[in-house]
Design a protein. Sequence first.
Length: 178
Amino acid sequence: MAEPRTLARPYARAAFEYARQSGDLDGWSSALAVAAAVSREAAMVVVLGDPGTTADQRAEKLAGVLGDALSDPVQAFLVIMADNGRLGLLPETAALFAELKAAQEASVNVEVISAFDVDDAALAEISEAMSRRFERTVSITSETDSTLVGGAVIRAGDMVIDGSVRGRLNKLAGTLTP
């Protein structure tokens, strides 16, 4: 079976093209993010996976929970996904939509995960370096993870730079083990 991301790609592209043409990228992005979050909830997973309901009923239940967060075009999009049995792909669809939107806006999201808090000056340096590397505007976020021991992990799209002590120890262990 195909990967969920692969199955979600045509839906994300279709939604993106419609949103771009209608000039509502932000609205669609927000609606898909909310729909994805709701679709991950345990109770909604049961509802969306219920074989005793029709596709329209599943789409209606999801739209009922989301209420005013959905425009008519987004509701119609969810009905199409439901008809094809793909409502479970909402998280992947929303993530791919966000990537397409970021590419359209010539920006990249960079996540810095470090063992300790990173000051604003260091984040600015990382942001500048990533901006030069990707030739795009960078949106940077940071969080701490004490399991890294020291150093940091930087994620930008598909690229991961692991400069953490934990990463280095794992790499060393891999080279020492036959």
